[in-house]
Design a binder for this molecule. Sequence first.
Ligand code: EPZ
Length: 418
Amino acid sequence: MVRFFITGGNPLRGTVRASGSKNATLPILAACLLQGAPNVIQQVPALKDVTTMCDVLEYLGARVNREGDSIRVDATHIQSLEVGEDLMRRMRASNLVLGPLLGRFRRVRISHPGGCNIGSRPMNLHLKGLKALGARIEEKFGYITVEAGKLEGAEIHLDVPSVGATENIMMAAVLARGTTIIRNAAKEPEIVDLQNFLNRMGARIKGAGTDVIRIEGVKHLNSVEHAVIPDRIEAGTYLVAAAITGGDVTVTNVIPEHLEPVLAKLKEMGFLVETGDEHVRVAAQDRRPRAVDIKTLPHPGFPTDMQPQMMALACLAEGTSVITETVFENRFKHVSELRRMGADIKVEGQIAIIKGVERLTGAPVMATDLRAGAALVLAALAAENGTVVEGVEHIDRGYEKMEQKYTALGARIMRIST
Ligand code: EPZ
């Protein structure tokens, strides 16, 4: 059991460097399965989810070597085309092997990932897209089997701009015959990074970052080196830490455009926001933050992965904020824990109404998922007295060395493992 013990009240000050992006790294590691030659991925964060993806690749037969923040993946000798229940339950994103294995071997079988704490998270759009490319799908005994004699380019319209479905279809279409067009595609920066990685390998993809992606099938791919983009959600979390503690923090190694929807809301709340080529600074002004309304949406809308963190901040705002979660149906698990710290929050379906309070007070709280955990740590950094945050194993899935980074900014935070 891993816990954080946090004594709040210190305004955080200084500079912190963002790590590489978890949600860009996971599909790029999976994409290495597309060809039988070594690739080197750089700026890879040291996270539990990255380790799990490496375990999946090794389980399939790839050779994976990690050196510092670089990972060398050699998928020349793949032995298995199946990912079992254990690995799939450890991390849903293991389902990102579907597209590359189908693309290269025309067959793949995975245990059904099921839902998770934030929502039911079906895979119907992934499977609909692969079916359009000519695959046969069988869902039986808790497994999904996808097979194809050949893959032919197709026009695919996604009902929802799903990140995972866009990534799986892109990877399967790279080695298909002819042209694939994905309409209403996800536009997240991680999709653009995956396109850039695949094109570096010799794929022919255009349009990532827009809602129409076009993939011309190719026969061969080459070995490459690729550095993943910085993690915009990790960076956004540290900027909110400056805001909620009344501090002044600069995050370096960021792409400010990727954070635009978050920065716009921090400005609306009255914080000083400054951006440079590769850094963003957020500083509190000598007044309480203003209340704000937020609606989560696919990119470039407000990211759902920053919703819990912004809710923690809104708890201390002057006035009433309204937060609407439109991407996941069950992403308010942090509300009851924030209430234990003195927050005043009402939830009606997908809408949370947050009445700002003067202060939060320390309490024992439980992280139920990655971003909910990050939000509870933020609330604890601002709260009076001490807070014990349980469930830190969730936080370790997506934040590299969180307590070291916060300590360097002046926080009083300790990791306790029992
Ligand atoms: C990715 O998940 C991210 N994970 C999530 O980050 C992020 O919250 C999410 O995109 C949205 O931005 C990774 O990149 C590894 P989706 P993904 O498919 O791909 C519905 C974090 O905290 N849907 O875009 O699973 C789905 O139920 C994590 O780092 C279908 O209905 O998200 C959801 O409501 C959490 N059918 C919506 O679309 C499908 O086949 C968006 O899901 C697929 C999705």
